[in-house]
Every structure is written in structure tokens, then in C-alpha cells.
Design a protein around this ligand. Structure first.
Ligand code: GLY
Ligand code: MN
Ligand code: MN
Length: 492
């Protein structure tokens, strides 16, 4: 029987009845039709991933770069959460939902750049016990894996078996950098080798942090493939929102209607994409005042609003991030509409200033100007809007404690390791994609506001692309104005 590089199966001895005899293993390893590799052509994103690797290479000349995909995380005992590769790995390989868990991209320095090699566990032979007896990675259990040759063509990158990654570890020295949070085991092994190389400074991992920073900053401006994916993610998400609006009668009927909102949206996410880009927020009534309400176990009652913050992640991992706030009965009350219109005005004012050359943080400032003016106009602030906007006051922020925008892409909160100068204090460039998502949240027990406002939470979130001379709201076709939202519900 041939050796397998697969990990040993986890503790399943109390459940496993697979025969251990040589008679059985000899028998099951024969009688299979010859496996013929399917024809593959390079996937569209392969060329874009190559260009990203080239830019990364220029930033890290002479350094060995290790970018693991990571492995599935345990949910309980021997069951895992669905595997999702680390975003940096997906970005520089172009591999998405079909990535083989445990893969590692290595960029080996050369005289004038880097050679990239993808190490992964290829299909195991039928003469290995892994084939039929390993519930974690065996073909009988989790399906076939692609061959090395197939992936090399598909992604346009050299491939080697994961078992040969040990040779890379043997070469690890002070010039080796790793994306630390992708795969704990690989990081520990690299740290160990760097320590052996008598490079105690390497364990402070400043270089690793610079690698993560650069990988984050490479994603600030999207290429044309990414922009196409973002549009598609928004379109899929629009279908999910339409499903929820159509399902409102059933949702209202159920005692945990918020769960039905989640289920209806997530059904569409699994049908059209990989999954949801983050846990769906289905926040009805006062739950809308909890910014990341994902428990979703409440009822959806006519007369209340429901805030739905949801986004579909495609197989390429690009995700939308969209919020709509709906009147469950189909029409806004007067006070609900007043709050809704204020938030919409803040969103529209922020969108109106977006163009190349402005600062990212100016978008937030513009939204906050409107939020301060509206809350002052309603008599909610102890000072004027102008005074509240002063840096040491900011009283209006009591009703919107979160930021207005974040970059969006392969992570819902994309480019998180970018330097402040490039992100919050950065200058907008064509190709950037981010959210505009102002809100107003009046907690049910907030005695600074009249009773009629308490328990109302409204957020309107759109996904914005910076163009050559302005901006495009990618999610503009999902109804946004109070009238359009009411018409949407009436139509459904
Ligand atoms: N869905 C989380 C956010 O809007 O940032
Ligand atoms: Mn967001
Ligand atoms: Mn959101």
C-alpha cells in the first residue's frame, strides 16, 4: 500500500467500521476505471492574480513569501465550519470556493523577482487508505481533489505536492516572511525555523506585518475583474433582498420571523454564490438598534421597521454589503419616515462628494454634518449642530456610533491592515469600492429622545465604486427612497 501525505483521521474509532484487513484493502484498491483529467483552461482571474503577484514581488525583492490558505476550523469534536481560504491567499492565487484546504503559496526570490509555486494536497491514489478511510480528506468522504497539472493550468501557477513543502521549511531563514494569521501550524513551523536560524528579531515579525500590510494595500484599488465581481455580488444580493420582501407574509406569521429573513436570504446566497459574506443581520423593531444583531430570534411585527444588513459572497469570494430598512406593514409611520429620510439625506450628501482626489474621511464628515443637523433640528441635542460637530463634542454620535464607510471586496471589511495614510486619511482613486452606510439608532431606553423615537433604528447601506470623474452607486437599483421601498413591498 502506497504512503499518503494526508493527515490521520480524527477520533472516529468508536464509529468506524471500515474493515482493516489486507484482503479488504487489496480488494477496494482495484477495479476502478482509469481517471482521465478533465480539460481545463485558465480561469479568468488567473491573469489578474499573476499581475497582483508581480506587484507584490516588486515590494519584497529578495524575500521568500509564504501565503497559506489555512485549514478548516473545528466547530465541535470532529465537525468543522465550512472552509474558507484566507483572503490574501485567494487574492494572489485567484482560487476561490474550490480551493483545497491546507494549500500554501510560496514566492521564492530570484535574481529579478520571484517564482511562485502552489503547494497543495493532490488527489490520492486508490491504493491509499486515505481514498476510502479518511473522513477528513478522503475521496469517498469529501469528493475528489484536482490534480497538480489541472490546477497549474487553471490558475497559471506552478504546483507541487504539499508533502514537498517541507523542503521550503528547510530553506526558511531571516528573509522569509509569512502571512501569520492564515494557518497557525504553518506559522509556528516557520517561526521555529527562523528561531533556529538564530534570528530572534524575526520573532518580532515586523516583516510579516509589512507583508500583510502590503497585501491589504494592494486591494485598495480594484482591477477590472474585481469590479465585475463586485457588480455580480450586488446583483445576487438584490435577488436575496427581493426574496425577503416577497416572503414577508410568511415571515410575519412565524414567531421567529427574523430567522426566516435570514434563511430566505441565505438560501439565495447558497444558490447564487458561495455563501453570505458575513452573518445576516435581520433586526426587527428595537433589535435594529443593536448594530450587529445576528441572533435573529425575534418576531417581525407589522407597525415596526426591520433593518436587514446582508450580502452575498460569490465563488470568487467577493461580497456585497447592503442594508435596507423596511416598514413591515408596507408603509412608514410619520416618525419612521422622518428618521428614514434623514438617513437617506446623509447617504445622498456623502455620495454626492465622492470623486477621485477627496479624502476617504471626508465622506464620513459629510454624512455626519447631516446627522448633526437633523438631530439638532428635532431638538435631540443639548447644543447646536455646529457646536456638536466640534471635535470635543460630537453629541450627535450618540445616535450613530459607527463609521460611515469601509472598503469592500474579498473581505467585507476589506484592506483592514492598510496604513491609516492609505485608508482613513487616504485619497480616493478610481477603482476603489467602499460602503456608504449612515444610520440613526434610538435605543428603547434612551431618555434623551422623545418616546416616539425610541426603538427606531434605520441604516441605509450602499456599495460605491469610484469612477474616473465621480462615483457609481452599485446598489442603486435596490429601492432606497421611502416611496420606492413602500412601492417595492406593495408590488411583492
Ligand atoms: N455588515 C457589516 C457592516 O455593514 O459593516
Ligand atoms: Mn458595511
Ligand atoms: Mn452591512
Amino acid at each position: 500500500m502506497a504512503d499518503s501525505s494526508a493527515p490521520s483521521p480524527r477520533a472516529t474509532s468508536n464509529r468506524s467500521t471500515t474493515p482493516q484487513s489486507s484482503g479488504f484493502s487489496d480488494y477496494i484498491s482495484t477495479g476502478w476505471a482509469e481517471r482521465v483529467d478533465a480539460e481545463v483552461v485558465p480561469r479568468e482571474q488567473a491573469a489578474f492574480a499573476a499581475a497582483r503577484r508581480e506587484r507584490l514581488s516588486q515590494l519584497h525583492q529578495g524575500q521568500r513569501l509564504i501565503i497559506p490558505a489555512g485549514s478548516a476550523k473545528v466547530r465541535s469534536n470532529d465537525t468543522d465550519y465550512p472552509f474558507r481560504a484566507h483572503s490574501t491567499f485567494a487574492h494572489v492565487t485567484g482560487w476561490g470556493s474550490d480551493v483545497v484546504a491546507g494549500s500554501v503559496l510560496v514566492m521564492e526570490p530570484t535574481a529579478d523577482g520571484h517564482d511562485a509555486t502552489l503547494y497543495f494536497r493532490p488527489a490520492a491514489g486508490r491504493d491509499t487508505s486515505e481514498f476510502y478511510a479518511n473522513p477528513d480528506v478522503g475521496e469517498f468522504w469529501t469528493g475528489p481533489r484536482p490534480s497538480l497539472a489541472n490546477v497549474a493550468t487553471d490558475l497559471g501557477v506552478a504546483t507541487l505536492p504539499l508533502a514537498e513543502f517541507d523542503a521550503v521549511l528547510d530553506r526558511v531563514d531571516a528573509t522569509t516572511l509569512i502571512v501569520r494569521d492564515a494557518d497557525r501550524d504553518v506559522t509556528d513551523q516557520v517561526d521555529g525555523r527562523r528561531l533556529l536560524a538564530a534570528d530572534s528579531e524575526a520573532l518580532e515579525h515586523d516583516g510579516d506585518d509589512e507583508l500583510s500590510r502590503d497585501l491589504s494595500e494592494l486591494r485598495l484599488v480594484k482591477d477590472s475583474y474585481e469590479v465585475t465581481e463586485m457588480r455580480a455580488a450586488v446583483d445576487a444580493t438584490q435577488m436575496g433582498f427581493n426574496d425577503v420582501v416577497s416572503d414577508l407574509p410568511n415571515i410575519i406569521e412565524h414567531s421567529r420571523g427574523e430567522r426566516l429573513v435570514e434563511g430566505t436570504f441565505n438560501r439565495r446566497a447558497r444558490a447564487e454564490g458561495n455563501t453570505v459574506g458575513y452573518d445576516t443581520i435581520a433586526a426587527s423593531g428595537p433589535h435594529a438598534c443593536v448594530l450587529h444583531w445576528t441572533r435573529n430570534d425575534g418576531p417581525v411585527k407589522p407597525g415596526d421597521l426591520i433593518l436587514i444588513d446582508a450580502g452575498i459572497e460569490l465563488d470568487s469570494y467577493y461580497t456585497a454589503d447592503i442594508t435596507r430598512t423596511l416598514p413591515i406593514s408596507g408603509t412608514f409611520t410619520e416618525v419612521q419616515r422622518r428618521v428614514y429620510d434623514a438617513v437617506l439625506e446623509a447617504a445622498d450628501a456623502a455620495f454626492a462628494i465622492v470623486r477621485p482626489g477627496i479624502k476617504f474621511r471626508d465622506i464620513h464628515a459629510e454624512a455626519m454634518r447631516v446627522i448633526a443637523e437633523k438631530t439638532a433640528e428635532w431638538g435631540l441635542l443639548p447644543v447646536s449642530a455646529e457646536e456638536s460637530l466640534e471635535a470635543d463634542k460630537q453629541f450627535h454620535r450618540r445616535y450613530m456610533v459607527h463609521g460611515t464607510s469601509h472598503h469592500l471586496g474579498i473581505d467585507v471589511h476589506d484592506c483592514a491592515a492598510a496604513r491609516r495614510d492609505m485608508y482613513l486619511d487616504g485619497i480616493l482613486e478610481p477603482g476603489m469600492v467602499f460602503t456608504i452606510e449612515p444610520g440613526l439608532y434610538f435605543q428603547p431606553d434612551d431618555i434623551t429622545v422623545p418616546e416616539e423615537y425610541r426603538g427606531i433604528g434605520v441604516r441605509i447601506e450602499d456599495d460605491i465604486l469610484v469612477t474616473e470623474d465621480g462615483a457609481e452607486n452599485l446598489s442603486v437599483n435596490i429601492p432606497r427612497t421611502a416611496d420606492a421601498v413602500e412601492a417595492w413591498i406593495a408590488r411583492s
